[in-house]
Design a protein around this ligand. Sequence first.
Ligand SMILES: [Ca+2]
Length: 494
Amino acid sequence: MIHLLRHWAALTVCLGYALNSSSFAVAERPNVLFVICDDLNCDIGCYGHPLVQTPNIDRLAQRGVRFEQAHCQYPLCGPSRASFMTGLYPDQTLVRRNAIYIREHVPNVNTMSQHFRDAGYFATRIGKIYHYNVPKHIGTSGHDDPYSWNYTINPRGRDKTDEGQIFSLRPGTFGATLSWLAAEGTDEEQTDGIAATEADRLLSQFAKEDIPFFMAVGLYRPHTPFVAPKSYFDAHPRGDISVPTVPEGYLDSLPVPARKSVTRRKEERNLDTKLAKQAIQAYYASISFADAQIGRILESLDRNGLTENTIVLFTSDHGYHMGEHGHYQKTTLFENATRVPLVIAGPGVAKGSVAKSMAEMVDYYPTLADLAGLTIPKFVSGVSLKATLVDPTVVTRSSALSQYNEGYSIRTKRFRYTEWGEAGQGGRELYDHQHDANEMHNLAEDPAMEQTCSELARLLHRRILSAQQPPPGIQQIQFENRRRVPQPQPRPRR
Ligand SMILES: [Ca+2]
């Protein structure tokens, strides 16, 4: 790596004025540290969770801006990651499933890190940024986009070699079902521990050689298998954990596609309370373990004198259910699956504030570009949140759009409104967060809510139309979805 950095620096010098002038320009610009957890919801201390211990994310929130209402565009790894790395909606990237390379659909897109790379930054990926099959692909590049990076690291820890010890609801499989292990050994031996060690090593190098960087660290936890050293399990005793329940007949109150989204994992339905508590404890332990690795990376920024000139963005790729609506994991259009943690800190960002504005993950690309003084490419659909980061009372966004299969959902400050199928023919949902934060009472067919529904439907249709516009200058390649997941049809202009 030392070699590689020297080579990069030498190359920059050799290429003469063009690159030199760009390197000179970036010397004044802030670095970027982009940290993303996999399958992490807002069960985090600074988001008000009473049990989960996340001192490092909490500290980051104290020196930056935290978004209470940030939402993914698609509650599944691959589509979400393709979306935020391009600043495009899933109907623009055409990536609506896992296990695909983004350039199969949008071959000439300029991704977020590629944009920084083009501006003279050294772009690094450690771990999972684009889709990866977890834990199967740990230690490989997964469905990475090589154009996005100067240098990549694929950590692989003892969680891979210890797989035989992992308990699983479906023995022999770990990533697609609930599975967990209170591991022997140290943090540093785990895949995410190695990622933090590697991040530290690179940050020291960047500091020493004064190299402007865009570093993306994609941690694997708390994605299943929930593997973390034992001490993190001990810190979250099962006796303190309560398991969400749903009232009798609840599922019948949901439109069919919504009901399917929370009932399709047979082995996770009506989970025995003892097992459910173990699973939740393991999820919390994995979050706390990931937080500790984030702490090690943030300490490295401090130790290397980089904190002052580095923008830090911390987030997850989508939310996660841990028993809410009777469901575990992701892929629903409920708040649990669409809402993500988002904390941004660094030069020019207000300290210790909570944003009044909502945010979407498509906003990360333009926001980081804007904060670093880079242009925002014309094709990018997200908006810069810079004004909100400078003054957290500024509302940049007042709604957030998410989609899953043939459903679309809009979150406003007060309501969530969801339509399944063309114009809601597959069913509609309306939840009033003022009285129903858990989204348990569908008011869509309540005559008293008719006007609210039609206003939200108009907003939703407007947002969908805009999120389906072909991005200027970006080639889109359509092909059949091999998994035969129902696809949304482009809507006629209204
Ligand atoms: Ca994920």
